[in-house]
Design a binder for this molecule. Sequence first.
Ligand code: PHE
Length: 455
Amino acid sequence: MEQRSQWGTRAGFILAAVGSAVGLGNIWRFPYVAYENGGGAFFIPYLFALLTAGIPILIMEFTIGHKYRGSAPLSFFRMKGKGAEWLGWWGIFVSFVISTYYAVIIAWAMKYTIYSFNTAWGDDTGGFLFGSVLNLADTPGEVGGIVPGVLLPLLLVWALAFIILLAGVKRGIELANRIFIPMLVVVFLLVVIRALTLDGAVLGLEAFFKPDLSKLANSQVWVAAYGHIFFSLSIAFAIMITYSSYLPKKSDITNNAFITGFANSGFELLAGIGVFAALGFMATQANTSVAEVASAGVGLAFVVFPKIINEMPGMSGLFGALFFLSLVLAGLTSLISICETYIAGVQDKFNVSRTKSVVFGVGLAAIISLLFATRGGLYFLDVADYFINQFGVAAIGLVEVILIAWVFKKLRVFENHANEISDIRVGMWWKVCLSVVTPIVLGYMMFDLLRINIF
Ligand code: PHE
């Protein structure tokens, strides 16, 4: 058996955890989720979810990985035998599915980085995305526009992930994050500063921050906040357990969890400011309201942003390229973390070398991802994303906290483990959040979803 890998430095681990958390979700998901759920008022449920579920679960998952030193299935097995191992595989399954379409979105962002320079999308940016770009993928390898179809960038994304993962935890994942994350921060800051200096930026910020307090009475807003925190922090996906299993024995878990949580939220806030400043500009140009130009999901990044870039004065191509490059960088570091969960899982379970596990895991994911790069691929992507986000995440989170807090009764043990090595002590608040607050909110969330979808 190969010796278990370890992070080289503490900063390396934190950068990798932040790299996993900061992803596509921060840049295109957070701004519109916040806006739709009360704008400024959304920060209340958001902070509540961060402090009662996000950071407490992060501390718990870091503790599990650090204490049991295994991939998610192995860690759960060491915690409570066969009866718990499946929970790790469930997380791995969800991660695997996410990785197959996450890679496709990064591939689009890569294409758009290049398109930006000469605004290749023309005036009808929606028609361009759904017509030219997505249909191009129908005939893999066909050359159209200025770069070949989605296939080529998709292969490039997988090749990058493959090389980084093959190089190992320290020389691959850690090194990649040490390069990509500082780069992302610089690139994204440039985007935000430029967006803030556009005409009408203030209008966008007003729309984003203006609180609609009446929304706080709506339980859906609270559900949205919890759902977003889970996705954004990459918790309940087996990822953070895997990453923390590579920590050296003497590591301050609690402190690391706070840093990761706040860094992720800070980036998210920055993204909201940048995106809405740009939307304010767009609304001013089109003489409408911000609500009119804001759009959800894929449309925000790939339809609305190209429009904004079309309208921008001076060096708009560069602005566009930097915006899409930040999507690529943020996405890649998250993709690597998702793949690492199943690579580590397979390696631990079947006792194979890292190389074999990477070839098998990444290879299989790459092949399946081709499905999303075909005509109609967007449809599959939407369906997969919907089910994963709605059912996968909340359900795993719920089962995880109930089993650990109430069935396995492990919170006391984890509390001691975390406190042994940290300056920040966890105690009552942490246990109450995990055993009472989070199960109630997630339970309500599941109940609500079943009600909406089935009845
Ligand atoms: N946290 C990442 C984001 O915000 C997404 C992600 C989800 C990463 C699941 C890994 C696993 O985009």
